[in-house]
Write a protein that binds this ligand. Structure first.
Ligand code: ADP
Ligand code: GN1
Ligand code: MG
Length: 375
């Protein structure tokens, strides 16, 4: 079915003036749709959901319906504007939250205008605002009934299981590529004992399970052009029960890297400690005192493990023939993997400082809270 025809299947009015591919996501196919309704221009997002990755679209959309409904109620209670502060599903004319055409599934959202999603940090203040917003997102969902959420991708951040899948890809080497990634494979093997650092604490109940976003990279938040605030968290496909360290960690992996996720000049890759410190501050403020002592202590581990895990996922996909992440050039997933591992190596060099900065932020925050309680 053509995109024009497809859009007609959704509850939107007017004539379509333009459809263009939009954004830099690696998973779904996203389009911006412009429509003219009685002389007024309206913009929408149309997304083809990646059904190779998200096998159960009914469950996926049930999660998003539930989470966005919850956010909308909270935003209204706080006197906010849900049309800008959360995604809102535009139903299909058949009453469903998405439309299926053969093997393909599509959904629509209003386009949130006068916002920008960044692929790298241009202004440190934006990164701070994104940390505040992701922290707040988690706290708004703290009373969401987590047991009703479907696991859209089982064991998404179970680094140990990701490692097993990686080992299997190396063993089977179906594309004959393992020989091209020898140093990278060794890099992972040398860290095999670290893979369960977070999941073992979860199993021991030393860390609480929370509703988390699980894909907190900077281009999954819309920043308001005028106020500079992180107003809307998007890409809700992986909102599931998880650990705060996952959300903190993935944001650092992407946003506090001095280079792009796929930079091939590895001398440009490093952890920007100023951005790291800024994100710690914003995230703690956004979470609003809700993190336990153990969660705070594990934030740096989250940063390192999410970077290692993501590099390992890129490498696994490279070895399997690029079947998961959309690539734009040959060996793209290997390039992405190398960048992640260079960042892990830099985190290892800065490990003491990474931990100290979290501790300092925690003391500053508890000091300011006690000053507020006993003026
Ligand atoms: P993917 O899962 O492929 O990353 P996303 O849901 O993150 O897909 O969408 C891709 C990009 O499209 C985002 O990074 C953002 O730039 C843009 N985008 C998505 N939804 C909206 C929206 N409702 N309003 C404006 N821009 C959006
Ligand atoms: C994917 O969908 P997108 O592009 O925001 C991936 C994340 C990775 C990220 C790496 C569902 O995120 O887990 O960290 O690429 N999403 C999924 O850039 O696998
Ligand atoms: Mg995205």
């Amino acid at each position: 079915m053509e995109l024009h025809e497809l859009i007609r299947m959704f509850a939107v009015e007017g004539s379509i003036t333009d459809i263009s591919e939009y954004g830099n996501g690696h998973i779904n196919r996203t389009y911006r749709v412009r429509m003219n309704r009685d002389g007024k221009l309206e913009n929408y997002i149309l997304q083809q959901i990646n059904t190779h990755i998200f096998k159960n679209v009914d469950q996926l959309m049930e999660n998003i319906t539930g989470v966005t409904g919850h956010l909308k109620r909270k935003i209204l209670q706080a006197g906010g504007d849900p049309s800008r502060e959360t995604l809102q599903i535009i139903p299909a004319r058949n009453g469903k939250s998405y439309y299926r055409s053969g093997e393909r599934c599509y959904r629509m959202y209003p386009f949130i205008s006068h916002t920008y999603s960044y692929d790298c940090v241009e202004k440190p203040a934006d990164f701070y605002e994104s940390a505040l917003a992701f922290g707040k997102f988690q706290s708004l969902l703290s009373d969401y009934p987590a047991e009703t959420l479907h696991e859209t991708i089982p064991d998404f951040h179970h680094t140990g299981k990701r490692f097993e899948t990686f080992c299997e890809a190396v063993r089977s080497d179906t594309r004959n590529r393992a020989g091209l990634a020898d140093p990278e494979i060794r890099f992972v093997m040398e860290r095999s004992r670290q893979m369960n650092a977070l999941t073992s604490l979860l199993e021991q109940k030393a860390l609480p399970l929370r509703v988390t976003h699980n894909d907190t990279k900077l281009n999954n938040i819309l920043i308001d052009d005028v106020t500079g605030k992180g107003i809307c968290i998007i890409d809700l496909d992986t909102v599931m029960p998880g650990l705060s360290a996952y959300d903190f960690g993935d944001a650092i992996r992407f946003g506090a890297n001095t280079a792009a996720e796929d930079e091939t000049d590895l001398s440009k890759v490093s952890l920007d400690m100023d951005l790291y410190e800024l994100y710690v501050k914003g995230y703690l403020e956004g979470c609003g005192q809700s993190l336990t002592q153990k969660e705070l202590e594990m934030l740096p581990v989250g940063a390192k493990l999410m970077t290692l895990e993501c590099g390992m996922r890129f490498l696994t996909d490279y070895l399997c023939g690029d079947v998961y992440f959309r690539i734009h050039k040959e060996h793209h997933n290997l390039d992405r993997c190398r960048t992640q591992f260079a960042l892990v190596a830099d985190m290892e060099r800065k490990w003491t400082q990474m931990n100290a900065l979290v501790q300092q932020a925690v003391s500053r925050l508890s000091q300011s809270v006690s000053e507020k309680s006993f003026p």
